[in-house]
Design a protein around this ligand. Sequence first.
Ligand code: FE2
Length: 297
Amino acid sequence: MNLGSPNRVEHQLTDKGYVPVYTTAVVDQPWSKYTSTDHEVWSTLFKRQREILVGRASDEFLRTQEAMGMTPDRIPKYDDLNRMLRKATGWELVGVEGLLPELTFFDHLANRRFPVTWWIRKPEQLDYLAEPDLFHDLFGHVPLLMNPVFADYMQAYGRGGVKAHGIGPEALVNLTRLYWYTVEFGLIKQDDGLRIYGSGIVSSKGESIHCLDSAAPNRIGFDLERIMRTQYRIDTFQKTYFVIDSYEQLMDATRPDFTPIYASLAQHEAIPAGTVLDTDTVFNRGTGEGWATDGDV
Ligand SMILES: [Fe+2]
């Protein structure tokens, strides 16, 4: 059955603990080598998430995912998706072995290339995987790259990352929180209620339900500097979700130079993941039920 293992180069200590870091090379998607089990894992996860996400994911996420032609039938081919994506927003997918060193990742985004892990989880890992696989990357991240405003935001983030990398580790921490609370775990306010657009949520059954239906987490209006100060969870559901009004709001917030913002944030303490401030726009003040008392990063 074996496709071989992804090419891991080392483990690196980050704020997420020791994470594997992979070779920076771009690789071809070994599509003809996916096994029937691999395709079944895709199919099972795809059907399950699409069912849960009706009425939960943002209209734009559902629309762009359909427009790309992703189906449960089989693992999509990057080449097919790229034909749609290049035409829509000039982005393209490139295959990678897994998590990339930060600067390599930012450089891809800054050049409108989205790195997608080529391998997919095993059947016994449907509900939890410590690192992103093909399902998370393709199903979760790629659809909104069809949206011109979101596509521009992702590129702006990549450029910001290259710059923050040159400024220093604190700036990178601030910027990573923005990615975490928008691209990975963001909610959006539609006329008919709050919806999900974050990839970390849409690719997780448990969190897709929890983030909207549970009384436990805070749901708070988007605020760039507030988010850049806020710690997050890597091992449990988030304690707080931030809600944008529109994708334009994200893009507008990202337009200014962050350099003076980083300097001013360096004067402030980080905000724990579950804290609500007097200045917050509160959609839901979480009950905090089930929260771990330590482990915010
Ligand atoms: Fe992700």
